[in-house]
Write a protein that binds this ligand. Structure first.
Ligand code: ADP
Ligand code: ADP
Ligand code: ZN
Length: 221
């Protein structure tokens, strides 16, 4: 099963992708995580990406498309994948269609997480992750069960993203509304789009996803 998650920055794509990954045994492909790894490597491409990300813009379509195209061909994607943060432009959406067609693959669901602007800003402002395993947390909505100890790996070090600051977030939201929001129509026209209420709790959003996928599968089988 191949899924695509859509939604603005802070909507909960990464949080839900990790849960779907565990639930269905399919891999999360997050272009944001991939880019942060490239930035951490300190390569020339990483330096270029870093600048764009810190300004809240979008990294070039060519780089992103090459990155995903290579990743989707790897063995662990054969059982299925969850695209998180890609596509973000029309060009990327069309490139995705082309690469899936070439590989004889298709998307089973495009799931859109709907949230209002205020919630997005609040979610981004309180977001932090475990430095060791990448598990996601929130100051208010998802604190570790034991203060300063990661629920998943027991790690005690946490990080916050450099681009989760007020100024960059404003630019990221602009980029979202200008370049990414319009592609929901692209998938709606294909009859693939399902929307869930992202203002609900993390558990409830997961339930909405499972119900949507489950309901469609029982119709298909
Ligand atoms: P995205 O990948 O869409 O940018 P994340 O999954 O990183 O978003 O979520 C942003 C922040 O909001 C995280 O700190 C996460 O713990 C929190 N969060 C995610 N979903 C919800 C929710 N439904 N309600 C409250 N907080 C949430
Ligand atoms: P969020 O879901 O909080 O917006 P991501 O981790 O998905 O954050 O992305 C962080 C940054 O990485 C984006 O602001 C953008 O600069 C870059 N990026 C991630 N995915 C893409 C993409 N598909 N196309 C272009 N830039 C991307
Ligand atoms: Zn951890």
């Amino acid at each position: 099963m191949n899924l695509l998650l859509l939604g603005p920055p802070g909507a909960g794509k990464g949080t839900q992708a990790k849960r779907l990954q565990d639930n269905y045994g399919i891999v999360q492909l997050s272009t944001g995580d991939m880019l942060r790894a490239v930035v951490a490597s300190g390569s020339d491409i990483g330096e270029m990406a870093k600048e764009v990300m810190e300004a809240g813009g979008l990294v070039s379509d060519d780089l992103i498309i090459a990155m995903i195209s290579e990743r989707i061909g790897e063995d662990d994607c054969r059982k299925g994948f969850i695209l998180d943060g890609f596509p973000r432009t029309y060009t990327q959406a069309e490139a995705l269609d082309a690469m899936l067609g070439e590989k004889g693959l298709k998307l089973d669901f495009v799931l859109e997480i709907k949230v209002d602007n205020e919630a997005m800003i609040k979610r981004i402002a309180g977001r932090f992750t475990c430095a060791k395993c990448g598990a996601g947390y929130h100051d208010e909505f998802q604190r570790p069960k034991v203060e300063n100890v990661c629920d998943e790996c027991g790690g005690g070090e946490f990080t916050r993203r450099a681009d989760d600051n007020q100024e960059t977030v404003r630019e990221r939201l602009k980029a979202y509304h200008r370049q990414t929001a319009p592609i929901t129509a692209y998938f709606a026209e294909k009859g693939l789009l399902k929307s869930v209420d992202g203002m609900a709790s993390i558990d409830d959003v997961t339930k909405q996803f499972k119900d949507t996928i489950g309901a469609a599968e029982s119709v298909l089988t």
